[in-house]
Design a protein around this ligand. Structure first.
Ligand SMILES: Nc1ncnc2c1ncn2[C@@H]1O[C@H](COP(=O)(O)OP(=O)(O)OP(=O)(O)O)[C@@H](O)[C@H]1O
Ligand SMILES: [Mg+2]
Length: 456
């Protein structure tokens, strides 16, 4: 039947597998069991699933959860849209927090409550179906909306200043480096800079500087001529020429291979590009914007980024603070996304219930504005048909054990503190590496270390 929902369950304990299989098959789900991470990956490669439920610990290494995390990472590489639920012992809050950080949608505590587990499963399955449909719609919309000035919601002092800076420098040709954690709005800033500049009627070309193999990246940037290499059957225009008279946005600039950085620097100095395999120089008039979530001075110190290139890119630097450091933006952003998604899904919802606002303010938003947008989209989809307000239940943000519910109940902050300590210990106290793994800037990590009294 086309509508059968397929769930993969991975656990090394036969009794847990049996219990889950019975429970889920009774509900009409088609359940496939896997006894090891290798078997789970094999199953996922062989066919399509709607949901995966994973244990974090397997026999080889039964406490750290590392095997489970590795498995999650490989699953994300295979299918980034597959929702993953993790099963953890109730005492392992830090494990659950880390799993959520790595993209798990929710977690199930062992021993579980059958009703609650089924609700969690149903929510994720419905959500996946709805999101798939909406993303197809979204793609169609973005193609139409190209060129419009993106909405930039802000209320915190830091972001109001960012908005002013954008308005002030947009009309100039200054190179702008945009920094900030994942999901803080770097692309929104780049798009706005272009849309408010005199180049707005010309193209804004985005290139992900880290996403391509070195040889391909070179021809992507500069183009190539027929015969330049084996597969080059036609001349091809590169991003620089495509962006002529317009704006070139180099995303994830820290990931650009060092050799390509040297070539980029040369083009920025001379304003001339040479297609791969051609000796002809072509003059281009391009404004360059770039973005990164890495700490470029640290990348320079490690020999992975050219200092002279940084000075070409950072005439102006716009730093976007993580959402948890600008809480005044949470409500206005939430209201903005609510209007957007209730219009898109034709729901009459126009407000947040008080408990929903509390939950939004209490959450630490490791995924920043993108996570907030996704949470509101999900809440709008999940809210009852006639509801006028989003409730805390619709938001379904990661549940954290309340104080007093178990002997070692932790608040979210406590869980975060333990988590940071663990990551720091894993990197022998190296703050740079720990910050990288946590996906936060070094200064943000330092602030937390002080806040939690881990370091002076
Ligand atoms: N100030 C804002 N106002 C309105 N929407 C915003 C704002 N900041 C971010 N968003 C929205 O949040 C989402 C993430 O933003 P964006 O893609 O710009 O982040 P990013 O910093 O480029 O992330 P990444 O590092 O993962 O590429 C987008 O849907 C964007 O529209
Ligand atoms: Mg981006």
């Amino acid at each position: 039947m086309a509508d059968t929902i397929r769930i993969l369950v991975a656990d090394d304990q036969a009794d847990i597998l049996d219990a889950l299989r019975l429970l889920l098959s009774d509900e009409g789900y088609d359940v496939t069991a896997a006894r090891s991470p290798v078997e789970a990956l094999g199953r996922l490669e062989a066919s399509d699933f709607d949901l995966a439920i994973l244990d974090l610990n397997y026999t080889r290494d039964t406490t750290s959860g590392q095997e489970g995390f590795d498995l999650m990472e490989r699953i994300r590489a295979l299918d980034p849209t597959l929702p993953v639920l993790v099963v953890t012992a109730w005492s392992s809050v830090a494990g659950a927090v880390e799993a959520m950080r790595r993209g798990a949608r929710d977690y199930i505590e062992k021993p579980w409550d059958d009703e609650r587990l089924l609700v969690t499963v149903r929510t994720q399955v419905d959500l996946r179906r709805a999101l798939r449909k909406s993303h197809r719609l979204q793609e169609a919309n973005t193609r139409l909306q190209r060129g419009a000035t993106p909405v930039f919601v802000c209320n915190s002092p830091g972001m109001l200043e960012v908005r002013q800076t954008i308005e002030r420098i947009a009309p100039s040709d200054a190179s702008v480096l945009i920094t900030g954690e994942h999901g803080t709005g770097k692309e929104v800033v780049a798009t706005r800079l272009h849309a408010l500049s005199d180049r707005r009627t010309r193209p804004l070309v985005t290139m992900n500087a880290g996403g391509l193999a070195e040889g391909i990246a070179e021809s992507e940037l500069f183009g190539h001529v027929k015969g330049a290499f084996t597969d080059a059957r036609f001349d091809r225009i590169g991003c620089f020429e495509l962006a002529d008279e317009g704006t070139l946005f180099l995303d994830e600039i820290a990931n650009m291979p060092v050799r390509l950085q040297a070539q980029l620097l040369r083009v920025l100095q001379t304003g001339e590009v040479q297609r791969v395999g051609s000796s002809r120089m072509r003059f281009v008039n391009v404004r360059v914007l770039s973005a990164t979530n890495a700490c470029l001075p640290a990348e320079i110190a490690a020999g992975r980024f050219r200092e002279d290139l940084l000075y070409r890119l950072n005439t102006v630097v716009i730093h976007l603070p993580p959402l948890r450091d600008r809480r005044e933006d949470i409500t206005p952003l939430a209201v903005h996304f609510l209007a957007h998604y209730s219009a898109r899904y034709r729901k009459p919802i126009e407000a947040f219930a008080a408990d929903a606002l509390d939950v939004l303010m209490a959450h630490s938003w490791p995924g920043n504005v993108r996570e907030l947008a996704h949470s509101i989209e999900r809440a709008v989809l999940m809210a009852d048909g006639g509801a006028r307000a989003v409730t805390a239940r619709d938001l379904n943000l990661p549940r954290v054990p309340r104080a007093g519910t178990s002997p070692d109940a932790h608040s979210l902050e406590e869980a975060e503190r333990i988590f940071i300590e663990k990551v720091l210990a894993r990197h022998d106290g190296d703050v740079r590496l720990a910050a990288q793994q946590l996906g936060m800037s070094r200064s943000a990590l330092y602030r937390r270390l002080q806040q939690y009294g881990i370091r002076e």
